[in-house]
Design a protein around this ligand. Structure first.
Ligand SMILES: [Zn+2]
Length: 185
């Protein structure tokens, strides 16, 4: 737990870090933002309640629990995306128009939108709860999501192990360069 700041992870309007203890004035004391930084909003209180229940069940920290929810939602969206990708490819291989998805794909497209919405909502919840701010220097979540999506894409095109490593290496190099650019910007 010591790796996580016990301070409210939000910034004040003057740009300085909030000096209140994490979760001060809320029902999640010790975690997330304080009452002055949306810590008492219903969504945020509910997010931490849920996170603390999951944390107790699985013997992980509430931060990890909330992040896990975000990951699961993103993975579900990636999985659905993968199914759609494969079906569209089969459709095109059979001579179908790739711009006109087959009828059986329509429910999947609908589900994909739903999964994406859920993933976005969950991520928003975690942001509001202050988890992302607390973790931003420890973990490049965006990089992880990109990696998960990339991995799903590679699974979909049936590469050999070697081809897969080359592809992942190229992507990693690209991401590292992008990261370096962002750091110097
Ligand atoms: Zn605060």
């Amino acid at each position: 737990m010591s790796a996580y700041p016990a301070r409210c992870p939000a910034r004040n309007l003057n740009g300085r870090m909030c000096d209140k203890p994490a979760g001060q004035g809320t029902n999640h004391l010790g975690y997330g933002t304080c009452i002055w930084h949306r810590g008492g909003h219903r969504n945020v209180e509910e997010a931490w309640t849920m996170a603390q229940e999951i944390a107790a069940e699985r013997d992980i920290t509430p931060h990890e629990a909330l992040l896990g929810l975000v990951r699961t939602a993103a993975a579900r969206a990636a999985w659905t995306d993968n199914i759609i990708f494969q079906q569209l490819r089969d459709h095109a291989d059979d001579g179908g128009d790739p711009l006109k998805p087959p009828a059986e794909l329509v429910p999947w497209l609908r589900q994909f939108r739903e999964e994406r919405r859920l993933a976005a909502t969950t991520a928003k919840l975690a942001v509001d709860a202050g988890v992302m701010v607390a973790l931003e220097r420890r973990l490049d979540l965006e990089g992880e999501l990109v990696a998960a999506a990339l991995s799903a894409a590679l699974d979909a095109v049936e590469m050999t192990h070697e081809q897969r490593l080359v592809a992942l290496g190229a992507a990693q190099q690209h991401l590292m360069l992008a990261g370096a650019d962002a750091a110097t910007a």
